[in-house]
Design a protein around this ligand. Structure first.
Ligand SMILES: Cc1cc2nc3c(=O)[nH]c(=O)nc-3n(C[C@H](O)[C@H](O)[C@H](O)COP(=O)(O)OP(=O)(O)OC[C@H]3O[C@@H](n4cnc5c(N)ncnc54)[C@H](O)[C@@H]3O)c2cc1C
Ligand code: FES
Length: 347
């Protein structure tokens, strides 16, 4: 029986080498060998893993042209989560940082069971899962959760903190006809088995930084941001924090009491919710409009030095696309902007 051919992948400018088997994506090979490469959806939808092919012969599996437009493909850009190598290859990483390399955690599988499902709003649920073995992760990272009885796998970001590695929580938005998310109200119950694989993602809390931390989310984008915020508070580090959260109406907001408590006890912390479609009966006196407009306005008023800001943006892709130019305008360096795009599953 012939063995599967194996090729060498060389990453520049870091000079790291690893193996990739024929038929295996470069990103899967990196997970298998504990090599830290920036990624998000793992399905060719988000562009986080975009890199430049310097040398070698590759094939690309199906991907979204939103993630890799044709003009970039023609200029030898590839998505590592969709790249199969047919020879030894060299790629230049476009998104990487020292923290990502230093804090790489090997991806593993964990058996677990549901221990709680509760309603946070009319369409947002909190899912609590107990794991047989603790999972090591950084605040802001995500896992793939499989419901073995339904054969569905989806990505969800931990809302809980790394200091509770045996029981993890997730904040999940329900979509009409959503295979996973509607099961939270219909089929899934405490005691049901789940499989958890991870951790994944590079949008995790950068520690010991003096400048302002800006957290921006909408809908279930709260999940990783809640973990980052609580992990930061637990660490005892001090820095200005501005937490922006976009929702349509008052009934989409939750955790308001917890945020009010943080505003009392955490120095230089502000929670800034904004409603884009406030109803008269909401009696809303806070910020209105789209969250990117509120972020632009507030950062200008605060007069922060953009170069010292770390910004974490999590949630739907259109929100992230709208925020990116606002952060550029505020002077936030690209390598201090961290994103978690909640793209739709293609599986
Ligand atoms: C890196 C990453 C992290 C994520 N973290 C979270 C998280 O913490 N919390 C969370 O709630 N979700 C998160 N998601 C999204 C999640 O993985 C699922 O896509 C989502 O829960 C929908 O799955 P479903 O099976 O219910 O719907 P599906 O059966 O996959 O889709 C049913 C219908 O719902 C709508 N829909 C589904 N997904 C989306 C979407 N992302 N945007 C807009 N419309 C959609 C579409 O109309 C679709 O046809 C994350 C995604 C990624 C890639
Ligand atoms: S496009 Fe490759 S990780 Fe999202």
């Amino acid at each position: 029986m012939s063995e599967t051919p194996v090729h060498i992948v060389r990453f520049e400018p870091v000079g790291v080498e690893m193996e990739v088997a024929e038929g295996e994506t470069v990103l899967d090979a990196a997970f298998r060998q504990g090599v830290a490469v920036m990624h998000g959806c793992k399905e060719g939808q988000c562009s986080s893993c975009k890199a430049l092919l310097i040398d070698g012969d590759v094939e690309m599996l199906k991907y979204s042209t939103f993630a890799l437009p044709d003009y970039e493909r023609d200029a030898n850009h590839v998505l590592l989560c969709r790249t199969l190598a047919h020879t030894d290859i060299t790629v230049e990483l476009l998104n990487y940082d020292e923290d990502l390399m230093r804090r790489s955690i090997a991806v593993k599988e964990f058996a677990g069971k549901v221990v709680g499902i509760s309603a946070l709003t009319h369409d947002i649920r909190r899912l609590d899962v107990e794991l047989e073995q603790p999972i090591r992760f950084w605040a802001g990272q995500f896992v793939d959760i499989t419901l073995p009885e339904k054969g569905i796998t989806r990505s969800y970001s931990m809302a809980s903190v790394p200091s509770s590695p045996g029981q993890v929580s997730f904040i999940i938005k329900k979509y009409p006809n959503g295979a996973f998310s509607t099961a939270l109200d219909t089929e899934l119950k405490p005691g049901d088995p789940v499989l958890v694989k991870g951790p994944y993602g590079g949008c995790f809390r950068r520690e010991e930084r003096p400048g302002p931390m800006v957290l921006i989310g909408g809908g279930s984008g709260m999940s990783p941001l809640w973990s980052i915020l609580n992990d930061h508070i637990e660490s005892g580090e001090q820095r200005p924090i501005r937490f922006f959260y976009g929702a349509r109406t008052r009934r989409d907001l939750f955790y308001l009491e917890q945020f009010a408590e943080f505003e009392q006890k955490v120095p230089d912390f502000r929670f800034i919710p904004a409603l884009s479609a406030a109803e008269p009966e909401d009696g809303w006196t806070g910020e209105t409009g789209y969250i990117h407009e509120v972020v632009a306005r507030t950062l200008k008023e605060e007069g922060f030095d953009g170069a010292s800001i770390d910004a974490y943006t999590c949630g739907p892709a259109p929100m992230i696309d709208a925020i990116t130019p606002v952060l550029h305008m505020a002077g936030v360096p690209p390598d201090q902007m961290y994103f978690d795009k909640f793209t739709q599953a293609v599986r």
